[in-house]
Design a protein around this ligand. Sequence first.
Ligand code: ATP
Length: 591
Amino acid sequence: MIAGIVLLLLVLYPVVNPWQPYPQGVMLIAFLLAIQASSWNIISGYAGYISLGHSMFLGLGSYTAAIIALHTGVNPLWVAPLGGVTAVVIAIVFGSVVLRTRGHAFVIITIALLLSAQIVATNWDGLTNGSDGITLELPFWSADFQNIPFYYAFLILLVLTVLFSAWIARTKFGTGLIAIREDEGKAASIGVNTTVFKILAYAASSFFIGAAGGVYAYYQTFLNPVGAFAILGSVLIVLSALLGGRGSLYGPVIGAFIVSLVNEAATVYGGSTQSRVLILGLILVAVVLFLPAGLLPTLQAAWRKRHPVETKYTDQTGALSHQTVAVVRERLPDAPVTPGPLLEVRGVSKRFGGLVAVDNADLTVERGSITALIGPNGSGKTTLFNLITGNMPVDSGTITFNGKRIEKLAPWTRGHLGLGRTFQVTRLFKDMTVLQNVVAPLPDGRLRTMFADAVSGHEAARARDLLGVVGLARFADQRAGELSYGQQKLVELAQVLMLSPELILLDEPAGGVNPSLLGRLTGVIRELNQAGVTFLVVEHNIPLVLDLCDPVHVFARGSCIASGPPQQIREDPVVLDAYLGDDWRPQDAHA
Ligand SMILES: Nc1ncnc2c1ncn2[C@@H]1O[C@H](COP(=O)(O)OP(=O)(O)OP(=O)(O)O)[C@@H](O)[C@H]1O
């Protein structure tokens, strides 16, 4: 509602005050910065890849519209959207290379891209007129209200940018971007194609900046490489988003308004244009030190503290509902489970330097079973899980799932095939709500799934239902990081179920879980198994393993030393030796 009222005031402002080009000029520059900060927020706020060269897209858009206008005589305003198209094409081409890096490397490469664009524009005389720049015709309308058309053009672009950004945040694409920001490896394991997501986010973050660049070229009527590809432009974008709150919808817009107004005030009252650099620098330091989350998220957190989320007791306590079984069984065949191997690991090895963590290991998981993988600490169980799910590449050997070789596939493709996993130490996205965590997984790679609504509708209903299964529906709207460790383990199970997996790999599901939650966990595992889901469980709680699982595989020093039903494993001298050491004697058993 506040956004609506502010928008109405902004729309009415030039109508009420038509003969004041100066404040209109200040406002339209604020809109332009807000368009850039809000767009930047898609790749750098949502997905966490900080671009410090994003003003490159403004320059690209400006040059595209200006060059077309120069050669065809068309008004730059009408071809401004083509500036957006150029920005998207460049973002896709360069994004597919530079998004392979992350962290500081990515930041530095984005600056390098901006400076390279400046060098190209300076030296490609034939196209850009080099350092002399391009001069465009003056606007065709009366100079009496010269700024008003630009004011509305930028305002429309700003509204479209915010709507676009809001739409992204509502989709599973948006949830996937936040997942990438919080834990890229985990995102990949729940079916998020991180490569495609990042490239699309980079492209999405460039379009409106490019289109605004086209309008901006006409507003200035002159552009040259130094002005069009200025690093200060990128710094202002980042400062706006940091100040307002990166990752939030309105934060970057609010930040852009503040930065623009301070920038203008510093230039007018500060004595020289250099004073603004000093003042904005001080603001940047203050934000990083005292307001690291930014204005809006800090206010929202204070609000949440005073108005905590109400927990509604709507959990299912009993068996899985028919609806949930249907969700879980979505990809499973209708026919009863036919026996046969679902997962086959053959001769798989993994070395870390001189250490052989997995050594020529063989393992079979029968369809419909709850298979256990036990073994002493450091025997290579988690590493084997990582190899099966693709979190690490194998050095040698083959892995077959459902008759298909998977050892070379990306983790998300294995997720799409029906392979889900939980982690030894839970890896929920702690800044997301519990519901967002469960909505995030993508059971396939289709665009329809990617852009499905994550807030309401089928996917959210499915996620709520799965939260009900693990008895945590009442926590749906709480931050995942606020739950107890055991509750987080259950949420992670619900998250995996969202993939409708055929096989779930559970890495120490009982670790750190209190006995009452443990009862619920084993109950859920049994029911899911009856519904057709196969499990491979790594667990140190041996009584639980012997009670729940059949067969049991025993790992020691990177390979399987024994396999069989729990009864047999319990008495196998090789197993006892591996667990208890050479000194152990059968007569010690009772002690
Ligand atoms: N990324 C890594 N880099 C180097 N060494 C590793 C890495 N991951 C695992 N290791 C080593 O590989 C061996 C097997 O570790 P892994 O975590 O697979 O064992 P585990 O059977 O799961 O142990 P635990 O039961 O304690 O979880 C250990 O010696 C471990 O230190």
